[in-house]
Ligand binder design. Sequence first.
Ligand SMILES: [Fe+2]
Length: 212
Amino acid sequence: MIDELLATIAAFHRGRTPSPEFEMVIEVLDALDDVAAPSEIGPGRPLEAIRHLDAVESTGTDPAVAAILDEFLRIGPELPWRQTTGYLDVLSAEYLANYGYVRQVGPRPSTIEHPSVRVGLGLWGPGLHYPLHAHPAEELYHVLAGEPWFGTEDGTWTQARPGDAVHNPPWRRHAQRFGPEPTVLLYCWTGDVVSDAVLLGKPEAAAAPARK
Ligand SMILES: [Fe+2]
């Protein structure tokens, strides 16, 4: 069921200029070429957040972004949605009711097991604040929908739009704030992909971004 979704993700990365856009993408593409999707996908958690799929809009300006989104929106409700286990007792009920992700490739529990690459899609409802966090994996985000702000530990916030890339080296401390529309992010991890992200400090500690 996810073959087509993985194909749109690989095509997206191959179509970026320059390709590969970041060196880590070489390993990601190798993994996407190698993996075989299972014929059946086990159930995930029935998350409240997937209601936001209905309001996700594709800007339509980038055909490669639109191709991923179209397929994601088509099969999204049937995918195994997850949340980071370590966040469940820490983040607010509001946050947990409005965020989730599907992990197509990666260590268990992923749809397709892989030891050294994670590939997935995350969904966040309007107005959420993802507090400062870090992880040992190298990370590459691409915005597919929405206009989220990406923050660093020094309080700098940068707004990103569909098609924009955000790269985090291992252990960089980062945060996100999400705009008035639902946000969809494509993410890739390489390196230590077994360890989850950890939250840093109190969730409310990071400053708000300056308004446009
Ligand atoms: Fe991250």
